[in-house]
Ligand binder design. Structure first.
Ligand SMILES: C[S@@+](CC[C@H](N)C(=O)[O-])C[C@H]1O[C@@H](n2cnc3c(N)ncnc32)[C@H](O)[C@@H]1O
Length: 226
């Protein structure tokens, strides 16, 4: 698979996401629901409590944030995304649903700053749902998110897996198609979580979805949340 890995300046990255998603915004949800597997499972297992701050990093059209706001009344949903068009779609989604629009901020995951962006001292839950596979610096983004978690904070990730247990033709075709959008499996995600768990005394949980097509990962800083 040939993928452009040249580093992109932050402003260029924001513009790249804007250009990619502006024409796609109307079909985004309808098309992605068939292949961004595991998002509802991540939401079911989030176990967020009233008052907790949930930051969705690369929130896209707000599909997950709205589901979280509905499933966990009283949580404080916040969305960060590189593309303004996606944040506009999120705001519109909440308005249509008659729900208060969450705090939304345009920015890069690698520069996450909850106090400045959301007025929150820390995040109780940070989510990356199919965003790390697009993010230029996934390790920096994960470190940044974990650095902003509170003492009992949790990092929840769902994203493409190795696909190595899928039929070869299917895995190769999928990888080539995803590469057209600058998306690829990030093998550095799991080792980064394991290292952070060792450094911070936390615990990592990993579960494959659909024969390794995707993977759910969770880092709990304090396994006993009370
Ligand atoms: C494939 S979409 C996933 C959207 C949503 N999380 C979902 O599950 O439907 C990836 C999103 O990540 C955003 N994104 C990509 N790189 C980013 C970065 N470095 N910082 C913040 N957002 C980024 C894109 O603009 C896009 O909205």
């Amino acid at each position: 698979m040939s993928v452009d890995t040249a580093a992109t300046a932050p402003d260029d990255m924001r513009e790249r996401m804007e250009r990619m998603y502006r024409p796609q915004r109307l079909i985004y949800d309808a098309t992605r629901k068939h292949y961004l597997l595991g998002r509802d499972r991540l939401i079911r297992e989030l176990d967020a409590r009233p008052g907790e701050i949930v930051v969705d990093i690369g929130c896209g059209t707000g599909r997950n944030l709205l589901a979280i706001a509905r499933r966990y009344p009283g949580v404080v949903p916040c969305g960060l995304d590189a593309a303004a068009v996606m944040l506009e779609a999120t705001g519109e989604r909440f308005r249509r649903a008659g729900q208060p629009v969450p705090q939304l901020c345009r920015g890069l995951a690698e520069e996450l700053d909850p106090p400045a962006q959301f007025g929150a001292a820390h995040a109780d839950h940070a989510i990356f749902s199919y965003s790390l596979s697009m993010i230029e610096e996934p390790v920096a983004a994960i470190e940044r998110a974990v650095g902003h978690l509170g003492p009992t904070g949790r990092l929840h990730i769902v994203d493409f897996g190795t696909m190595d247990r899928l039929p070869q033709i299917l895995a190769t075709g999928m990888c080539h198609w995803l590469a057209r959008f600058g998306v690829r499996h990030r093998p550095e995600i799991a080792p980064t979580l394991e290292r952070l768990a060792r450094e911070k005394g936390g615990r990592v949980d990993r579960r494959p979805i659909a024969n390794g097509y995707a993977e759910l990962l969770r880092l709990e800083l304090s396994p006993t949340r009370g």
